[in-house]
Design a protein around this ligand. Structure first.
Ligand SMILES: [Zn+2]
Length: 300
């Protein structure tokens, strides 16, 4: 399929029109002291404090794992054998109705996230599930507008694959995540829009979503501080490092496949901060927003 053909099927135009309007400001402007933004001094201290590795998990290629992570832990998602994109879901361990809300996180911070950004929970909760404390890839902006750690897209799934290719494939991130959370009492309906960790994406001149090959090496990591007791699930996307991405690749028919050659494992390392009392002196467990209205509904 040629690029021209793809671009032609867009409602959007690459041409800009001058309306002589002032340059818009970000809708949620980051500033120190706002309840939305992390205290950089505190989270730098958390990132740099001595810590002990307490758990290490491996997520095999084209599969997912779900693990419990206690509040006040620091955990790293890693690419131990090189480039591999990771589809991340997070729930409050004690109440899985509270889970990651990609759209609001995108508005509060940016469409791609990095150190000091937070991953927020959905309504009626709206509090940080995690705060990002380190990112070995750091914020990136390439010549095509590609950036890393994406909230624009979502997980790959077998429904859109069937729609496009006519094939039934069982190892998309949506299915991987579904299998991983079943032992924790959750179902397919609990799987939600992901953070695509280690994934470079952007919007082209037609406002169309694109993905680039994953730049991670075996030494890269994305590190988070658990603001609550969490259930965290990661899927090692069957697209691997996305250098050969395409729909309709059947898991039973991988012979000669290029996509399977670029699939690698992921890891999760969980650390306990050695001197929690001292390091976390200024940290407070985030509370749900205390909205007392009832959406304008009046009682009898
Ligand atoms: Zn995927």
């Amino acid at each position: 399929m040629s690029t021209e053909t793809t671009d032609a099927w867009s409602s959007q135009t690459p041409q800009k029109t001058t309306y002589r309007v002032p340059k818009p400001k970000p809708a949620y402007y980051p500033h120190a002291g706002s309840p939305l933004y992390a205290d950089r001094e505190l989270y730098t201290r958390i990132a740099e404090a001595p810590r002990t590795l307490v758990e290490k998990y491996r997520c095999e290629p084209r599969s997912a794992i779900a693990v419990k992570i206690p509040a006040k832990s620091v955990f790293r998602i890693t690419t131990p054998e090189g480039p591999q994109v990771c589809d991340l879901n997070i729930w409050n361990l004690h109440n899985p109705r509270e889970r990651f809300w990609a759209a609001r996180t995108r508005q509060l911070h940016s469409a791609h996230v990095s150190t000091f950004d937070r991953l927020w929970s959905n309504l009626p909760y709206l509090r940080p599930l995690v705060t990002i404390t380190a990112d070995s890839l750091s914020a990136r902006h390439d010549e095509w507008g590609g950036r890393v750690h994406d909230t624009l897209g979502t997980r790959c799934d077998p429904y859109v694959d069937k729609l496009i290719s006519g094939e039934d494939n069982d190892f998309h991130c949506h299915s991987n995540l579904t299998r991983a959370v079943l032992p924790h009492g959750l179902t397919e309906f609990d799987v939600h829009d992901v953070l695509n960790v280690f994934q470079v994406t952007g919007l082209n001149e037609y406002d169309q979503y694109f993905m680039e090959a994953c730049p991670a090496t075996k030494d890269d990591y994305f590190e988070l501080y658990a603001e609550q007791d969490l259930l965290v699930a990661i899927s090692a996307c069957p697209g691997g490092d996305l250098s050969q991405w395409g729909w309709g690749e059947d898991s039973d028919n991988l012979e000669g496949s290029k996509m399977v050659d670029c699939c690698r494992p992921l890891g999760i390392e969980v650390y306990k901060i050695d001197d929690e009392n001292e390091v976390l002196k200024k940290w407070k467990a985030p509370e749900v927003v205390n909205y007392k209205g009832n959406h304008g509904l009046k009682g009898p």
